[in-house]
Design a protein around this ligand. Sequence first.
Ligand SMILES: [Fe+2]
Length: 181
Amino acid sequence: MVVRIPEEGRKITEIEAIRQYLAGIDIEYELWEPSQPVGPDASNEEILQAYSADIEKLKARGGYVTADVVNVNAQTPGLDAMLARFNREHWHDEDEVRFIIQGRGVFHIHPRNAPVVAIEVEAGDLIRVPRGTWHWFDLCSDRHIRAIRLFQDPAGWTPVYTESGVDARFEPVCLGRSFVA
Ligand SMILES: [Fe+2]
């Protein structure tokens, strides 16, 4: 994970510093390893199985009732329409919990009383964006992400757009840890 605060020209790459900064704006972050290794060709069911113990812990902690795997790449039919639902500032009546298995993406978080934060997520990253948080999401240029999603109530997952226009001021830049670490 790489965290940037674009308006301050600041970048945070150290795990504990990232955790602390994000905790300050109410975003939970953890670095996970599977209880059993999963290969790049694992099915969604194999992924859910490999992480089942962790998923059950998260469910108990956050009241999540269901988990699934989202898997998109540049060849996914309707990808642009799918991405267009989430790359404008919005919020949900539901936590947004994502554990990244493969690929990358960028969450922008817009706290009420702090600058916008760009969070680049990659394999191993678990992020919890609490319900009501203003945010938006973009893929990186490779347009690939595979992630476990947890839901309290899938009905609450509908995005509510703020129409603030704030998202237009930020480029969804992906750096990749290897370039900045
Ligand atoms: Fe969202």
